[in-house]
Design a protein around this ligand. Structure first.
Ligand SMILES: Nc1ncnc2c1ncn2[C@@H]1O[C@H](COP(=O)(O)OP(=O)(O)OP(=O)(O)O)[C@@H](O)[C@H]1O
Ligand SMILES: [Mg+2]
Length: 259
């Protein structure tokens, strides 16, 4: 794969906003957000502010509400109480400026390249621009060799890299990643982490979930720890891993918190 990491000085010189030529839609602010189904509160009173350029990793045991929180932020589901708002000067959205990648990538029954051009068509881009952007994304992440292959026959790791490249091709300002390397071997996981690092280097704001604590340590600027749908901690990563404030987080880090 080509080198994915840009030098730090280049990064600070070129925030994502400048690349878009559009004002930022961030911060994303959740105020007292809850989500309940049939009287059961699954996400309970979250208040969070996501600021530009940070990598936030949401941790917590199975069923803590991590995936629901990402879905709420991305607008796939609506809060049953509270408010989610994009508060940057670029909001309200002129068009979709945030993207999401799921644990199991959703690929259409067509070539890898066509999966990218289709997503760009849905976003309203003209035919020529679709091809240019799709190739740019494939080349950027060393996927040119897969362009003509049916996306659904690609390996799990290849499909996930393709899903990440597809999200990147949409030029989002913010990216939600739900366990992007959960089912992948160490090599494919490393490739996904390199992509996440490259996204970060370009100034994308990232919110992701993972059960891989090594990965969380490698990638997180901030950690949000959820338990039973509630926010227990929102802390700089280093602090979270060295001195968690809550008993639940300390138990989780020791592998002693089951749900
Ligand atoms: N559509 C739904 N109907 C009923 N319950 C739901 C629904 N979606 C999620 N839940 C419940 O909400 C809780 C939180 O789910 P969520 O998928 O956000 O957990 P998670 O933290 O992502 O867990 P995991 O680590 O296993 O992915 C779980 O108990 C789940 O069973
Ligand atoms: Mg989940």
């Amino acid at each position: 794969m080509q080198s994915l990491t840009a030098p730090a000085e280049w990064l600070s010189a070129q925030p994502r906003e400048a690349m878009h030529g559009e004002p930022s839609i961030l911060p994303l602010v959740l105020r007292n957000v809850s989500y309940a189904i049939r009287g059961k509160t699954l996400v309970d009173g979250l208040s969070i502010e996501f600021t530009q350029g940070r990598r936030t990793i949401i941790l917590g045991p199975n069923g803590a509400g991590k995936s629901l929180t990402l879905r709420l932020c991305h607008g796939l589901i609506e809060p049953t109480a509270g408010k989610i708002s994009w508060q940057g000067p670029g909001a309200p959205l002129p068009r979709l400026r945030h993207a999401m990648v799921f644990q199991r990538p959703v690929m259409l029954r067509r070539s890898a390249l066509a999966n990218l051009t289709h997503a760009l068509a849905v976003q309203g881009h003209k035919r020529r621009e679709r091809r240019e952007r799709a190739w740019e994304a494939l080349e950027r992440f060393g996927l040119q060799g897969l362009a003509d292959r049916p996306a659904r026959v690609l390996s799990g790791g290849e499909q996930q890299r393709l899903a990440m490249a597809r999200a990147w091709s949409l030029r989002p300002e913010m990216l939600f990643l739900d366990e992007p390397s959960a089912a992948l071997d160490p090599g494919a996981t490393g490739a996904i982490e390199e992509m996440i690092q490259a996204f970060h280097d370009e100034g994308l704001t990232i919110v992701m979930t993972t059960h891989n604590l090594g990965q969380a340590r490698r990638l997180a600027d901030d950690v949000i720890f959820l338990h039973h749908g509630r926010l227990v901690e929102h802390t700089p990563a280093e602090e979270f891993f060295t001195q968690p404030r809550s008993q639940a987080a300390a138990a989780f880090l020791k592998g002693e918190l089951l749900w």
